[in-house]
Design a protein around this ligand. Structure first.
Ligand code: UD1
Length: 312
């Protein structure tokens, strides 16, 4: 049994991670200010975890927690995950997405906290419009928004604190993660959460562009398995893509989902979004080298997503 801290553990991905770690017999502590996360996401494991409604930007709180917590693993998922929000509020999102991370790393360093791993979660957003394809961890980066800049900087800090000071660290870059509990309520929410909601509620779905744009969609349960594998099976501070390694045109995903739901989506087509990338796919060979294989095909992931949504 390990003691595990998950910042952002009430969010979409963090709550799946919390469930899995509890199921594996670990003691889980969650810090989340519920700005994006929701307590309902943890309802099933409420009595099995320790939950703090708190911002990671509160230095004193975090220092006390880190000092007393005696954590083996720290999964850093707390973030303002909206790219659009980072464009509107760059200073605030910078404090959450970068400064809180460096502060935590620095506290671990200064106090020689004996952690087994600090894992930081970055984003495929760091690749921006760089031309390399598919994206390997060594591809060029081109962070285009405050969100992407902060994610990139924090992932570099994470790796460098490992290299400079010998702290066991690792960072990951999420591609297009989907699955139950992803919040569909903003126009910048993950596209499959919006499609799910529109299918369920028979609402029109706005398709930006012709649907030929491709994405590397990865089911949240695979993401959690990858996070656990990366945190336990790596020795060097490094960066790992987390994705399926496949690219699928958005319109194909929609058609597959329509078949699963046995419903037709009411599609309203609009101009492609400004800055939208036309193709996205990860090279996941580095992840596969440590023994990870995605278990969820797009069809199975969508079926499970739909089943969850239909039952809840
Ligand atoms: C994703 C990330 C973003 C990151 C980027 C890096 C999410 C939610 N966003 O953006 O943080 O910067 O990868 O590559 O994971 N779409 C529609 N209709 C909608 C919503 C979206 O047609 O209502 C389209 C978009 O225009 C896009 C595709 O669906 O072409 C996927 O959109 P989205 O889920 O927002 O993710 P990314 O744009 O890939």
């Amino acid at each position: 049994m390990f003691k595990v801290l998950i910042t952002g553990g009430a969010g979409f991905i963090g709550s799946f991670l919390a469930h899995k770690l509890v199921a594996n017999g670990n003691k889980v502590i969650v810090v989340d200010d519920l700005s994006m996360g929701r307590l309902e996401n943890l309802a099933d494991i409420n009595d099995k975890i320790v939950f703090y409604k708190h911002t990671v930007c509160d230095e004193q709180f975090m220092h006390d927690l880190l000092l007393k917590g005696d954590f083996d693993y720290i999964y850093y998922l707390a973030a303002v995950s909206s790219v659009a929000d980072s464009v509107v509020r760059p200073w605030y999102t910078h404090l959450v997405n970068q400064e809180s991370v460096v502060n935590t790393l620095e506290f671990i360093r200064a106090n020689h906290l004996p952690i087994k791993k600090f894992l930081f979660t970055s984003s495929a957003a760091v690749y921006g419009n760089a031309a390399d394809f598919p994206k390997t961890e060594d591809s060029h980066v081109d962070p285009l928004t405050p969100y992407a800049i902060d994610k990139y900087a924090s992932e570099r800090y994470t790796v460098d604190f490992g290299r400079l000071y010998g702290i066991p660290t690792v960072a990951v870059r999420f591609f297009n993660v989907y699955g139950p509990r992803q919040n569909p309520n903003s126009e910048y929410s993950g596209v499959l959460s919006i499609v799910t909601k529109c299918l369920k509620e028979d609402k029109p779905f706005t398709l930006y562009g012709d649907g030929a744009q491709t994405r590397d969609f990865v089911y949240v349960e695979d993401v959690v398995d990858a996070l656990i594998k990366i945190s336990t099976e790596t020795d060097e501070p490094a960066v790992y893509n987390i994705a399926n390694g496949d690219e699928t045109p958005l319109i194909d995903v929609i058609h597959t989902y329509e078949d699963i739901a046995r419903k037709k989506l009411n599609i309203i087509q609009k101009e492609a979004r400004q800055g939208d990338i036309s193709k996205s796919r990860a090279d996941v060979s580095k992840l596969k080298k440590i023994g990870f294989e995605p278990q969820w095909s797009l069809h199975d992931g969508l079926s499970n997503y739909w089943k969850y949504y239909s039952e809840n």
